[in-house]
Design a protein around this ligand. Structure first.
Ligand code: AMP
Length: 366
């Protein structure tokens, strides 16, 4: 049963440590259980979506060194579903147990400036950008770049910590809107599509990539994903090439989500990277033989990666806030694969679940 010749393999029966307690951890834990692994979650918030699907839960803060050490002691490998795990916690953990992806990757992906610099150094295009530490810096950047988006360097997600700005005289307002935090100012990209590539990279450097998919946002939050993206083949191939190049250069182990813009003239620019399974990869649970979550388990445990071919095209819709109240209709719909995250409280903007519909290649529902 155990594949021969794979060094550093962590076999089924072992325990995976999961940092972060949300739905990505939950779906990873479900995939891990299917392969005979146990999951132990470390999270500051009790009874979350992940803990409900785990064998063990540690509820503690990221600066609780004793709890972190005891957690590391109880697991065989550590991964994450929350990319903003503080660096000291990661350093402590990675000294004790293999932590995949590791602190170097997180240092890059936690900081939009480090992330964009990393891509640009590899020759990968991004929106034009400038650093800005104050309102005057934002005003200068907008003068240079034209209509822009000011974003906090750190801790942004789902469009939070962002301010659209076209007039340099409005820099004070934009700086206040992002909480006076150190910022990156990005020129606004005139894109035709937002796409993403989700891939897994194994301990041996092997890569399994899903096709580029198309993403639609409402209020900065992903609302739906269409798989595959409706873009010309060379655009999809370029997105795939960029994602592989980033994963290789990071010496990445695990699942990586790469968000990209397709510009009006067909150029493909990196927007950002997510060092974990990605919302735009949820369709793989229902449409592929091996989901992004199983790939995560395989990659971090040193197992061979699985195939990424799809049985069908797919459309995934997030159930955000009270959209989850549609569940009785969705569960009764034979064409809908419903996933609910077990969140105890519905809040506006909160991802409560998702629904995937499989489509034949002709676009017919199957
Ligand atoms: P982000 O958190 O960086 O992924 O940004 C959230 C959303 O804002 C993206 O999915 C885009 O729809 C939009 N956005 C972010 N940056 C840019 C940009 N430089 N140009 C145009 N739209 C952007």
């Amino acid at each position: 049963m155990i594949p021969q010749g794979i060094p550093d393999m962590i076999p089924p029966g072992s325990t995976i440590g999961m940092l972060g307690g949300g739905q990505l951890g939950r779906m990873s834990a479900l995939a891990a259980a299917r392969l005979g692994y146990k999951t132990h979650v470390f999270t500051p918030e009790p009874h979350g979506p992940c803990a409900q699907a785990c064998a063990a839960e540690t509820v503690a803060d990221w600066d609780d060194e004793e709890a972190l050490a005891a957690f590391a002691d109880s697991v065989d490998v550590i991964t994450l579903e929350f990319e903003n795990v503080p660096a000291p916690a990661l350093e402590l953990l990675s000294a004790l147990k293999p932590t995949r992806p590791g602190s170097r990757v997180l240092a890059i992906t936690q900081d939009r400036v480090a992330e964009k610099s990393f891509a640009n150094q590899l020759g990968i295009g991004t929106a034009p950008w400038r650093l800005a530490d104050d309102a005057a810096g934002i005003a200068d950047a907008v003068r240079a770049l034209g209509p822009s988006i000011a974003k906090t360097r750190r801790f942004g997600y789902d469009g939070k910590g962002q301010a659209v700005i076209a007039d340099p005289d409005r820099a004070d307002t934009a700086f206040a809107a992002i909480g006076h935090a150190p910022a990156i100012v990005e020129g606004r990209v005139d894109f035709t599509h937002e796409i993403s590539v989700v891939l897994a990279r194994g301990l041996d450097g092997q890569i399994a990539a899903y096709p580029a998919v198309e993403n639609h946002h409402t209020g900065g939050i992903l609302s739906s994903t269409i798989a595959p993206a409706r873009v010309p083949a060379p655009v999809a191939a370029e997105a795939d090439r960029i994602a592989r190049r980033l994963a290789d250069a990071l010496d990445y182990v695990g699942v990586l989500g790469v968000e990209l813009f397709v510009t009006r003239d067909g150029a493909v620019l990196m927007n950002e990277m997510a060092p974990r399974p990605h919302n735009s990869g949820h369709w793989t649970i229902d449409a592929c033989p091996v989901s992004q979550f199983e790939q995560q388990v395989r990659a971090i445990c040193g197992l061979p990666l699985g195939p990424t071919e799809r049985f069908a095209d797919a459309e995934m819709e997030n159930l955000i806030g009270d959209q989850v109240d549609r569940w009785p209709t969705l569960i009764a719909d034979p064409g809908a694969r419903l996933h609910l995250y077990g969140k105890l409280e519905t809040r506006p903007g909160r991802k409560m679940g998702h629904v995937t519909r499989l489509l034949a290649r002709s676009g017919q529902q199957v």
